[in-house]
Design a protein around this ligand. Structure first.
Ligand SMILES: C[S@@+](CC[C@H](N)C(=O)[O-])C[C@H]1O[C@@H](n2cnc3c(N)ncnc32)[C@H](O)[C@@H]1O
Ligand code: SF4
Ligand code: SF4
Length: 337
């Protein structure tokens, strides 16, 4: 290991240790550094080593390797890409609050690609991108969207593509073909308890396809969900409660790109969709309003240093969260699906 690598590694270890002491919490640039890197290293290890990309060769020094790769670049470590808000299921505890959205629509490939092209003017690299819905295979143009993401991955603008499906739909050949790219991994959620026979058959066919073709996929068994609260308006939390709710939330780094706007959490988008209330200032980045790469860098720094979101006031307090069965079904509030 070179001296430079050694110093980088030590720097990361010091930052990592600061995380337990609350010291970095009060200094935005330290908080940014700590949260950004802890998140990316943890994701890197979990996704590449243990889950979706079993075929990849993994190096141990994730931080040193990535710090070099990200140097002087505008990087998004992880981003959900919403391809539509329609779904084949209506899960009460969905992190995205899908059953409670007012407007549920499918985004065309052109609209998504145009928005991503604008984003790539200001962002050099997205390490993990995760196309999801709703249910992504409901989007009739999902193959076109995946082909674009693969092209961007081949150009070095995207590290890994991780698609998340509820497994209820067996996709067409042009979609299946995309799964053979080495940088694609698929998470098939396991909702066996609520799927009907037709959906179960589709899921089985999908898993068999992945197995037979030795593709990177992951379908967890016996897992539980967290009840983060259904949509029921604001709780009126105090600042310290908001901070605790955000800090301890497993979804607090699930940045998502919805209709040309980057949100720190899917639930910030849901509040806009349901009640038309936009999150305050730094909590979302409208790509259409960015002026330069420098402007984007400064916005990303503020975005990743946030201590809580307005939307956290709509979620249950951290000390009231409990584990629930995955995918418990309710009726959607929208009937034009
Ligand atoms: C919101 S879903 C969207 C993709 C697809 N419709 C699905 O359900 O797989 C993305 C991931 O979040 C997980 N998820 C949703 N709500 C959750 C919760 N309350 N607790 C834990 N995981 C949750 C799902 O199991 C899924 O793996
Ligand atoms: S968690 Fe359920 S409701 Fe939410 S997107 Fe996935 S399948 Fe649809
Ligand atoms: S709004 Fe806050 S508490 Fe709710 S899911 Fe998002 S990060 Fe978690």
């Amino acid at each position: 290991m070179s001296l430079y690598d050694f110093v980088l590694k030590k720097y990361f270890q010091v930052m990592n240790n600061l995380s337990g002491r609350g010291f970095a919490d009060n200094i935005p640039c330290l908080r940014y550094f700590r949260d950004f890197w802890l998140h990316i290293v943890e994701k890197e290890n979990a996704e590449l080593r243990e889950r979706y990309y079993s075929g990849q060769i993994i190096e141990d020094e994730a931080f040193v390797r990535l710090a070099k790769k990200f140097k002087n670049k505008n990087v998004i470590p992880f981003m959900d890409l919403c391809v539509g808000t329609k779904c084949t299921l209506n899960c009460r505890d969905c992190t995205q609050w899908l059953p409670y959205l007012k407007n549920r629509e499918m985004f065309s490939a052109k609209r998504i690609i145009d928005d991503l092209e604008k984003l790539f003017k200001y962002v050099d690299y997205i390490h993990f991108i995760s196309p999801l819905g709703g249910e992504p295979f409901l989007n009739p143009e999902i193959a076109e969207i995946l082909e674009y993401l693969i092209e961007m991955s081949n150009k070095g603008k995207i590290g890994y593509i991780r698609l998340v499906t509820n497994g209820t739909i067996f996709p067409k050949d042009n979609v299946l073909k995309c799964f053979h790219h080495q940088n694609i991994g698929i998470l098939v959620s396991n909702y066996d308890g609520v799927l009907n026979n037709a959906a179960m058959n589709n899921k089985k066919q999908l898993i068999d396809y992945f197995k037979n073709n030795k593709l990177n996929y992951f379908s967890p068994e016996g897992f539980k969900w967290f009840d983060l609260g259904i949509y029921n308006g604001k709780y009126g939390k105090k600042k310290n409660e908001l901070i605790d709710t955000f800090k301890t939330c497993f979804a607090h780094n699930c940045t998502g790109f919805y209709d040309g706007v980057l949100y720190r959490c899917a639930r910030s988008y849901a509040v806009v969709n349901i009640d038309g209330i936009k999150p305050a200032g730094e909590q979302c980045i409208d790509i259409g309003a960015i002026k330069s790469k420098k402007d984007m860098k400064s916005k990303l720094r503020k975005f990743y240093s946030l201590r809580y979101l307005d939307a956290c006031d709509y979620c249950v307090n951290n000390n009231k969260r409990c584990q629930v069965e995955p995918a418990v079904q309710v009726e959607s509030r929208v009937h034009n699906l």
